[in-house]
Design a protein. Structure first.
Length: 71
């Protein structure tokens, strides 16, 4: 399923917010669009899988926390 339609919705909402003098909402929608882009990219990466068997996704999902091998 295509996930990027949500970006169009967020753009429309931002346009509405800007046109109706809601600058804080417009800024928040920009931030939300960034989050949406990141999650869509992560979803795409997860659904593509890895070709070499390296489990890099687990480390990326947690920002590298707990991957150093130290207890």
């Amino acid at each position: 399923m295509r996930s990027d339609w949500i970006l169009d919705v967020l753009t429309d909402l931002k346009t509405f917010a800007t046109a109706n003098d809601l600058p804080v909402l417009a800024e928040q929608l920009d931030d939300t669009a960034i989050v949406a882009l990141a999650e869509i990219a992560a979803l795409h990466e997860r659904t593509q899988g890895t070709t070499d068997g390296d489990d890099h996704l687990g480390r990326a999902d947690f920002g590298g926390v707990g991957t150093s091998g130290h207890a």
